[in-house]
Design a protein around this ligand. Sequence first.
Ligand SMILES: Cc1cc2nc3c(=O)[nH]c(=O)nc-3n(C[C@H](O)[C@H](O)[C@H](O)COP(=O)(O)OP(=O)(O)OC[C@H]3O[C@@H](n4cnc5c(N)ncnc54)[C@H](O)[C@@H]3O)c2cc1C
Ligand SMILES: NC(=O)c1ccc[n+]([C@@H]2O[C@H](COP(=O)([O-])OP(=O)(O)OC[C@H]3O[C@@H](n4cnc5c(N)ncnc54)[C@H](O)[C@@H]3O)[C@@H](O)[C@H]2O)c1
Length: 185
Amino acid sequence: MSVEQVAVDQAAFRRVLGHFGTGVVVITGSDGAQPVGFACQSFAALSLDPPLVLFCPARTSRSWPVLERSGWFCVNVLSESQQSVSTVFGRSAPDKFAGVRWRPAPSGAPVLDGVLAWIDCSVAAVHGAGDHYIVVGRVETLGETTGERPLLFYRGAYAGLGPTSQPPPPDLDAFLTGLHPDDWM
Ligand SMILES: Cc1cc2nc3c(=O)[nH]c(=O)nc-3n(C[C@H](O)[C@H](O)[C@H](O)COP(=O)(O)OP(=O)(O)OC[C@H]3O[C@@H](n4cnc5c(N)ncnc54)[C@H](O)[C@@H]3O)c2cc1C
Ligand SMILES: NC(=O)c1ccc[n+]([C@@H]2O[C@H](COP(=O)([O-])OP(=O)(O)OC[C@H]3O[C@@H](n4cnc5c(N)ncnc54)[C@H](O)[C@@H]3O)[C@@H](O)[C@H]2O)c1
């Protein structure tokens, strides 16, 4: 199989970077009266001690200034059955929360019904990077539900994990609890 080199134009960037499949989150917040939020795949765990995460909003984002002013945001990890939620929050719309059920996290930022996990954060640092910002959040509280599978975004389209062909290895618990402090997890 040949490895083709292509020019770095925007179409190639999207096509090639699309091979890096990710989960999908909705980053939410509030100005104290109105909730705001947007779909996001540039989310990552960053640091265990202290507990930090990051995401990257576009400089043109209209939700980000609201989150920055409040000093808080909540990361909502979408489940496989929440593709329509990602579609709603991935577009510009006057009221993305119409018809969406949610409850407030301790910060007041929305936790959407049906998410796999939520991570409530204070804004710890903001760095400009190209046409986006890199936002570092300190994890203040978090929670999870179990049973559902994650929503994935891969090559510009939604995907799921598919049926599990193999059960997890029987020694998975021992592997996860036997990590050396220098191991990256
Ligand atoms: C799977 C997925 C992953 C995504 N990942 C990311 C990500 O990692 N980072 C990211 O930044 N985005 C990401 N997006 C895109 C993002 O969800 C959408 O752009 C979303 O609409 C942004 O919401 P917002 O509230 O920030 O801005 P919105 O208010 O929804 O505005 C979106 C854009 O529309 C334009 N716009 C709309 N209305 C006006 C107006 N009246 N005046 C001027 N400009 C206007 C602006 O350019 C603005 O950036 C992702 C989308 C999907 C579906
Ligand atoms: N990081 C982002 O800001 C980001 C990521 C994914 C999608 N989006 C936006 O969501 C919408 C739907 O996307 P699509 O279905 O056309 O997928 P797409 O084909 O544009 O996305 C393919 C890949 O390109 C990259 N990408 C796309 N837009 C980007 C951007 N503005 N900045 C940095 N990386 C970007 C991402 O890695 C993504 O997985 C588009 O408007 C897209 O720009 C933004």
